[in-house]
Design a protein around this ligand. Structure first.
Ligand code: ATP
Ligand code: MG
Length: 381
């Protein structure tokens, strides 16, 4: 193509228009570049740590606690220091731990989110066997809540707390709930292992709030399940996790020491591991009544079978005494499982009546399941 072929005919206004759109495009690209650059810079910034303000000092310093439990005396960014309050959640720089920002408002610690609060409905007669244990609970929980004046007259102090111990599934939680039911008390339940695993850094605070809540909703029974996870001996307080457990434990002891045995709050704790419990917890004025909740004997098994078959439709051939003979060593929870499973055997045969044979099959099934569970656990050593 020769240069003669080139015909320049576009009038000036077309040039201007084109130039204009180029400029515009340029601007847009520049803006996008700037945005990307800013984003890149943001990506390169080291993350800030989240901390809690423990104290604020007039000289622009503050005491903060990191989530791992370590505490530091640090500087506060000048724009912030007048606005900071104790318990504020803040952001701190990684190296100097200078407080640079406050996140949100002061968070109220809502104890309701963490504990189970209920008015239970378990009657003493729904607990099979355990006659002496039930009597003991009546004496140390029910009676002082119902008739404190009796104790004042006689001039003795009932135990503040009861520690229930024994193998799993034998009725410890049931006993605690029945004690709350019979005194119309609010039942506040916390699980020791959750206190230390789920609420890291807040265990001690939670214990404190729970006792405050109990006072508000009294009469109340505070039930601490798996207490061994916060009250075990030989805890090396080396790691921050262990220090945290220690703090939670100390708070619990302090709370227990701080209330009256004749007030309207009672504490019940439960454990499967009495062997590792710190003796500090069983000193006078704390959990000074220990109650062993054993696996049921023959009579207990019959009792528990009766309770859990009460609402089942049983065929005439069912002989609970005979069935009980095959259930030696089973816990209350397993006995209940046998009843449910026997019901399933009937349903599977399209039958609404549960037969003796359904129970026998069910006992075998639960025994096999249990032995398999133990085999599984043996991997853990
Ligand atoms: N003595 C009992 N009488 C009637 N039912 C029982 C008895 N023991 C256990 N059960 C049944 O087993 C279930 C579990 O019992 P519970 O929660 O009281 O056991 P636990 O001793 O607290 O066990 P864990 O140590 O595992 O917490 C109960 O809800 C109940 O259905
Ligand atoms: Mg329990």
């Amino acid at each position: 193509m020769g240069s003669d072929d080139i015909v320049v005919e576009s009038p000036t206004y077309v040039h201007e228009e084109e130039e204009h759109s180029h400029k515009e495009e340029n601007e847009i690209l520049k803006a996008a570049m700037a945005e990307l650059k800013a984003e890149l810079i943001r990506y390169k910034l080291p993350p800030l740590l989240v901390a809690e303000i423990l104290d604020v000092f007039p000289d622009g310093k503050a005491l903060v606690r990191l989530k791992n439990g370590n505490e530091f005396y640090v500087n506060v960014d000048r724009s912030l220091d007048s606005r900071l309050k104790v318990a504020d959640e803040v952001l701190v720089e990684q190296k100097s731990l200078t407080v640079v920002n406050k996140i949100g408002k002061k968070k109220h610690f809502d104890v309701n989110k963490y504990v189970i609060v209920e008015k239970p409905n378990i009657r003493w007669n729904q607990i099979g066997g355990l006659k002496t244990e039930i009597n003991e609970m009546k004496e140390v929980i029910e009676l002082p809540l119902k008739k404190p004046e009796l104790f004042k007259k006689v001039g003795i102090e009932p135990p503040k707390g009861v520690l229930l111990y024994g193998p799993p599934g034998t009725g410890k939680t049931l006993l605690a709930k029945a004690a709350a039911t019979s005194t119309n008390a609010t039942f506040i339940e916390i699980v020791g292992s959750e206190l230390v695993q789920k609420f890291i850094g807040q265990g001690a605070k939670l214990v404190k709030s729970i006792f405050e809540m109990a006072k508000e909703k009294s009469p109340a029974v505070i039930f601490i399940d798996e207490i061994d996870s916060i009250a075990a001996t030989r805890i090396d307080v080396g790691t921050s996790g262990e220090r945290e457990v220690q703090r939670t434990f100390m708070q619990l002891l302090a709370e227990m020491d701080g209330f009256s045995p004749l007030g309207d709050i009672k504490i019940i704790a439960a454990t499967n591991r009495i062997d590792i419990i710190d003796p500090a917890i069983t000193r006078p004025g704390r959990f000074d009544r220990l109650v062993l909740v054993p696996a049921p004997d023959y009579k207990g098994i019959v009792d528990i079978l009766k309770i859990h078959t009460k609402r089942m439709t049983l065929s005439e051939d069912v002989n609970l005494e005979k069935i009980a003979k095959k259930m030696k060593g089973m816990s209350g929870a397993e006995i209940r499982a046998v009843c449910v499973e026997a019901g399933y055997f009937a349903i599977r045969k399209d039958c609404v009546m549960v037969k003796h044979d359904n129970f026998l099959k069910s006992v075998e099934k639960i025994k096999v399941e249990e032995s398999e569970r133990i085999k599984d656990l043996s991997y853990l050593g």
